[in-house]
Ligand binder design. Structure first.
Ligand code: APR
Ligand code: PHB
Length: 409
């Protein structure tokens, strides 16, 4: 089990800044890296520009729950070996409320589908290692500053790398540069519509060196707030607590976190939350966001650059993978057959899936988090909804089908 981040490969394959490529990709998160790899497999050249350094990108803690579609596309990209060895396959989740547990079984409710636990950090490490091994251009500390000419056949990325300004001439530019990137802002203002929702809570997430206290993930609704028990491996647990959006990590010493988790996960019968050393703590805001369309001229948006979901449905990474799967196929069709259908349909097809995931993520979030703005009546409605999902196979199938991921069109 080698950790690719320990490889001695050079950090970027070229000290020289490339000046021309077919597809210029901004951002080496999962969206940009996976797109580059799928294009490489299809024989389409691309250059990836990443603002941060390799260590930073490889160690940024994010989610780690993969739909079957995402596992399939990572395998197709040649990045499935370690995932297949180390990924944990899960056939269900547990819902906890009113001190009782209910299991939702995926394969029986969702046409045999299941999910895999494999951290986003590991996917990013695998994809970076693969790209560098294959000698494909990936530049760290290369900051895209401007995208020009998106209405022409030759858009250009102006970027800063190794102390100098450079230009990258492209056939297409794909902005995989996350929520704060320049890609979305490069669409003309009149061409872009955005939709968003802020939630009046955030998640405090921890990594702990302790074997998970459960075999499957536990999503708990408690009057003190939501809690989630997830994991990274048989030895490392990942847990989350709903906190106020303006709360700070400094307010949460380790004992307070474990005490609060214990209260929120409390259940009738035998169950114990194991404690261990906490190695990472962070607070993430909860937001829903969509930018439409996801294409303008020769500029395409993918992943967090175009949409953000609250993490309750575990859809962020999976949506990013679905976007670039569609886009890689569309670009392949263009280069192999001059067929522009996929490129022309990309935005509509991606957005259809994005809105399904937005609805599901909002549904899970509102059902599982007590909202300080809600009156007692509304809180009762959400408890009734949770009870329905826990006890009706028709309602549970809605959760199972969306959680495991609808098949890609
Ligand atoms: N130039 C170059 N790189 C940039 C620039 C820029 N101007 N701006 C941003 N970037 C880089 C960031 O440093 C980051 O590494 O773009 C990358 C975007 O990566 P992510 O934020 O991981 O976004 P994405 O690849 O779309 O992944 C989506 O990440 O946030 C989670 O829930 C989300 O799991 C989902 C996944
Ligand atoms: C995680 O393991 O980090 C995780 C799992 C499921 C979620 C969110 C995060 O819904």
């Amino acid at each position: 089990m080698t950790d690719p981040s320990l490889s001695t490969e050079p950090i970027s394959i070229s000290a020289l800044a490339p000046g021309r490529t077919r597809v210029g990709i901004i951002g080496a998160g999962p969206a940009g890296l996976l797109l580059a790899q799928l294009l490489h497999r299809a024989g389409v050249d691309a250059v990836v520009l990443e603002a941060r350094d390799r260590t930073y990108v490889e160690h940024r803690q994010r989610a780690g729950l993969l739909e079957q579609n995402t596992v399939d596309v990572l395998r197709a990209a040649g990045a499935g070996a370690r995932l297949d060895r180390e990924g944990l396959i899960h056939d269900g989740v547990e819902l906890r409320f009113d001190r009782r547990s209910h299991r939702v079984d995926f394969p029986s409710l969702a046409d045999g589908r299941r999910v895999t636990i494999y951290a986003q950090t590991e996917i990013v490490k695998d994809l970076i290692a693969l790209r560098l091994e294959e000698g494909q251009p990936l530049l760290f500390e290369a900051v895209a500053q401007e995208i020009v000419g998106i209405d022409t056949d030759q858009p250009v990325i102006r970027y800063f790398h190794a102390g100098a300004e450079h230009t990258l001439d492209c056939d297409f530019v794909v902005a995989c540069d996350g929520f704060h990137g320049i890609g979305r802002q490069s669409l003309p203002e009149h061409a872009l519509t955005t939709y968003s929702r802020e939630y009046p809570f955030a998640w405090l997430g921890i990594l702990a060196e302790v074997p998970p206290s459960c075999e499957e993930l536990i999503y708990a609704r408690h009057e003190r707030g939501f809690a989630l028990h997830s994991m990274r491996s048989e030895h490392v647990s990942r847990l989350y607590l709903q906190v106020a959006p303006d709360d700070e990590v400094e307010n949460w010493p380790d004992d307070r976190i474990w005490d609060e988790l214990e209260l929120r996960f409390a259940v009738e019968g035998d169950w114990k939350l194991e404690r261990g050393p906490i190695t990472e703590k962070s607070i993430t805001p909860m937001r829903s966001f969509v930018a439409e369309p996801m294409r303008h001229g020769r500029l395409f948006l993918a992943g967090d650059a175009a949409h953000i979901v609250p993490p309750t449905g575990a859809k962020g990474l999976n949506l990013a993978a679905a976007d670039v799967t569609l886009l890689a196929r569309a670009l392949d069709d263009w280069y192999s057959r001059t067929d522009a259908t996929g490129l022309d349909r990309y935005s509509d097809r991606a957005l259809r899936r994005v809105w399904r995931a937005q609805h599901f993520s909002n549904w899970m979030t509102t059902m599982l988090h007590p909202d300080p703005r809600d009156d007692a009546f509304t809180a009762r409605l959400y408890l009734s909804q949770l009870d329905y999902v826990a006890t009706s196979s028709a309602a549970a199938a809605t959760l199972a089908e969306n959680y495991t991921g609808l098949p890609l069109e």
